[in-house]
Design a protein. Sequence first.
Length: 333
Amino acid sequence: MSAKLDRRHFIAAGTTALAMPFVVRGASAQGASQGTWPARQIRMICSYPAGGQTDLLARAYGEFISKQVGKTVVVENKPGASGAIGTAEVARAEPDGHTILCSISTTYIMNRVVMKNPGYDMDKDLMLVSVIPGAGLLLVANPKTGVKTLEDFVAFARKSGKVNFGTYSAGSAPHMTINELNKQYGLNIEPIHYRGEAPMWTGMLEGTLDAAMGSYTAAQSVLQSDRGTVFAVHSKKVDAIPNVKTLPEQGATSKFFTVSGFTGWAVPKATPQPVVDRLAELCVAANGDPKVKEVLATFVLEPAIGFKETNALYQRELPIWIESAKSLGLEPA
């Protein structure tokens, strides 16, 4: 509760301060921007396609930052290779705060496990600035299965022998969830990998899947047409469906069911800390902007968090993601 109060206090009291000129202190920052940031246009590279959740968040937060610092923030979409293409470009950029990455936990965490050479090293090349913790992902069953709880699902899977479970990509959170449920309950759930959520939910609509897992917003086409029943959420309750329990609340024990994933911003590793802190403050302050609020509400997301909170979350969740990802047995591409 106190963290939320602090955030609201900051947004209410600090907006005018954000509009003041920012002077970078220290020799490491002087060469890039002659002591001030930003000194020119800012590039925000979104490593996923235009029109998706990551892109819309990048544009909403970018517009707010632009208004506060008096410089244009240009969002450039550089998708491909699970975000690795755009991320590698930011990793090679001048560390002066004028090139920023907006991407997701797949890019920041999973690629180090499933790619031999993604083109960047998160530990050496990039620094997380601020993240938006992930929303609760829904586990949805075909109504024909009669599944309404995790216990029902386990019983159905044992009786059926094999379950077709949709994911939006190999190595994704749904893929790891299937793996963890198989391990705990001795099941034979078969992951059916799609190229994104939209085609996965289409498969659900067509009745070719027994179950699937994805975001609340994207699942609406299935839920509103009564083609799916939500029987659990991954690790976080969803305000719109408060009666649906999380996997841990229903007896699932894997540590992976305690992580949230995230969308967030990163800069080249050597970016001066004062610039990093300033960017983080701007991301947190943007939570109070009407356009930002609208995008967050659309995807049922929490507000962005500060630099210290961000890196605490990252360090806490990183080993859990890596352990679960390695247990999939995927060979790095």
